[in-house]
Design a protein around this ligand. Structure first.
Ligand SMILES: CC(C)(COP(=O)(O)OP(=O)(O)OC[C@H]1O[C@@H](n2cnc3c(N)ncnc32)[C@H](O)[C@@H]1OP(=O)(O)O)[C@@H](O)C(=O)NCCC(=O)NCCS
Length: 171
């Protein structure tokens, strides 16, 4: 595992982001224009992670709606998976949520998306409901996942544990 850096996504990064986006969501990806519009959304935070050669290998986005963060996108480059990149991104996303005094984090995920569901569960998200036929490309249902209040001890303890494990691995 190498040293990674987080940066805000800028317009200049969108070509590289789109390469990951198309690989991560082959049948239902956002357009470059959608990303560009999102970059000027005042409620939104979009960040990418770069490796040692400054290549973008993952990204996330969320909207802040009062005391909730809604994750709008989250993906890592297929060539760099199972290597802690998503863990690093999620640790950073949660850190940003603490800075913004957010209390809850939520998202929708396809019922078939085992890797993502497992990632979110690892961080303390649980399924609180389902949106039937939410995804128009194949009519798949979405799970609605939520954290508990991220300021509660249980969530914080788990977050710190994952952070410490991650930091140990990169040393
Ligand atoms: C889901 C995704 C972001 C995981 O990225 P990653 O960089 O491989 O994840 P990490 O290596 O940091 O793994 C973190 C955790 O995710 C889960 N995970 C990742 N890949 C998994 C897989 N293939 N099977 C089961 N669990 C998996 C595990 O819980 C893992 O923790 P562990 O290493 O302690 O077992 C990546 O597979 C992806 O971009 N998928 C396509 C886009 C997508 O589905 N995004 C989510 C939309 S809601």
């Amino acid at each position: 595992m190498e040293d990674l850096k987080i940066e805000k996504i800028k317009k200049i990064n969108l070509k590289e982001i789109m390469e990951i986006e198309k690989k991560a969501y082959p049948n239902h990806h956002w357009s470059e224009e959608s990303f560009e519009n999102e970059l000027s959304n005042k409620l939104a935070t979009y960040c990418c992670v770069k490796n040692g050669t400054k290549k973008i290998i993952g990204f996330y986005g969320f909207w802040q709606i009062l005391e909730e963060a809604h994750i709008t996108t989250f993906a890592t480059h297929p060539d760099y998976r199972r290597n802690g990149v998503a863990t690093y991104l999620m640790l950073n996303l949660i850190k940003k949520c603490y800075k913004k005094m957010i209390k809850y984090i939520t998202l929708e995920v396809r019922t078939s998306n085992v890797p993502a569901i497992s990632l979110y569960e690892k961080f303390g998200f649980s399924t609180i409901g389902m949106r039937k036929k939410y995804y128009q490309d194949n009519n798949e249902d979405a799970l609605i996942m939520f954290t508990e209040n991220i300021w509660y001890d249980k969530f914080k303890t788990n977050y710190k544990k994952i952070k410490e494990e991650y930091n140990r691995k990169i040393k």
